[in-house]
Write a protein that binds this ligand. Sequence first.
Ligand code: PEP
Ligand code: MG
Length: 576
Amino acid sequence: MSNKMQGIGASQGIAIAKVFKLEEPKYLIPEENVNDTTAEIAKLEAAMTKASADITRLQEITLEKLGAEKAAIFEAHGQILNDPAMIDDAKAMINNDQNNAAFAIHTVAQKFIAMFSGMDDPYFKERAADIKDVTDRLIKYLLNVPVLDLATINEEVIIVADDLTPSQTAQLDPKFAKGFACDMGGRTSHAAIMARSLEIPAVLGLKTITSQTKHHENIMINGETGVVILNPSDNEIAEWTAARAKFAEQQGELLTFKDKATVSKDGYTKFVLEGNIGSPKDVHGVLDNGGEGIGLFRSEFLYMDNDHFPTEEEQFVAYKEVLENMQGKAVIIRTLDIGGDKTLSYFEFPHEMNPFLGYRAIRLCLDKEDVFRTQLRALLRASVYGHLGIMFPMIATVDEFKAAKAIVLEEKAKLVQEGHKVADDVEIGMMMEIPAAAVIADQFAKYADFFSIGTNDLIQYTMAADRMSQFVSYLYQPYNPSILRLIKSIIDGAHQAGKWVGMCGEMAGEAAAIPLLMGMKLDYFSMSATSILNARRIISKLEVSAMEKLVEQAIMCETNDEVLALVEAATKEALQ
Ligand code: PEP
Ligand code: MG
């Protein structure tokens, strides 16, 4: 009998193979004390040398297979291994308390792991996994326990494990490792990031898969839906094999769109497909996926990944890097959008009943002008390295926009006076994500050079439904005619004033939204990098003239589902 499980789809694709159950050798940490502490320290140092050689080798393999960014994980491992705070603590335990080396390393590691996993920031939580990975390796060498080498697998398998450490993932050869399924993890864990880079399917967070599977039994995983089937029937295997072939065909077809222009079936060439990024290093993913610009750089991540407000110089370096790497293609950088769910460790926000409706984004920047001006100076100085657009988040009133723009112009004048160069073509625009602004988009269009529609917030504020709440998630309705009418009026308002308009909310990359946005003649679609090629494919198969008629019908519908059904009926055949 087959057994169906539901986990978190962490890397798309379908894999069908035999289970390779990755069972870590079990060992106990000895508690006995030692007499010869000098010999014990020498043992620790020998284990460190072996672990360090492994880490260097893994760094080289990863660099070759996955590139510098992923290999950096092992640089971090090297740093952990040589971190004096940890090693000195362990040596002190050996010297002072005569603890054995494995016990000392284990005890010190537990302390650091507890510290990092207790932090809210997912980045630091992941560091706990790195410490465990490095110290487990050391302990195995100290106890003569075999260090498992996944590189020896030579048949097609799906790895089933409690969790996969970065060093284990790095050893996987995609020729044999067809995917993996783990009890732990989610979309932002290392295992997920590695799976996406290797382009192999992964389903994580399955909770009990290790206890439900046997080594070498059949298994199928769908990294998109998160479904896993253990011991599938012949019929299920046939069904999934066909789906896998279809997926492979679609991926192959998508790649052909990488270097193609974005053109609709009836020859409309004005749509531009861009990527959303959170850090300068994300630019490469956008370019690799055929992105034609950056429609949203969420600059708040520079602030959140820091322990102080980033200085003008620190920000200048980051913005310059993005602009240079995009080589003259448009880059829209959003000014600090902090508050709501995005907080800073070094700044105390006032306590409010509804932080999403409170002191945040442009409201905070207009209040804390020093923070705002520092960012604007960095942006303006970087502007000479490419084609920059500056965008303000959470604008509700024309007065806010005018005030923010006036500060930009003041800083520009000051910089020029100080002898800095500032580009003449910097565009100043705003997010359209608050209904009050959307309704009078035509008025804003007199002052803003462009709009970018932030549907993530526009939907939450229009539907009065917190985007973080699972209890009202049914109200996240991008296709509700109220939302569609608002979006259309924003686009029309901009166009009537001769301004361009983009969308950088999640909706811009959704397959069902693209036909409607084509019909509304949205100019710029900005989305996560991996959605770009499919968006280009969809646009190439549809006619703008037909989509304009579809929009007319859609805005007269009553419900979200009615619109979705209408879009599906109108596009299904063309998109097959
Ligand atoms: C939005 O609100 O749609 C948006 C793009 O901004 P964020 O998701 O960062 O709030
Ligand atoms: Mg927003």
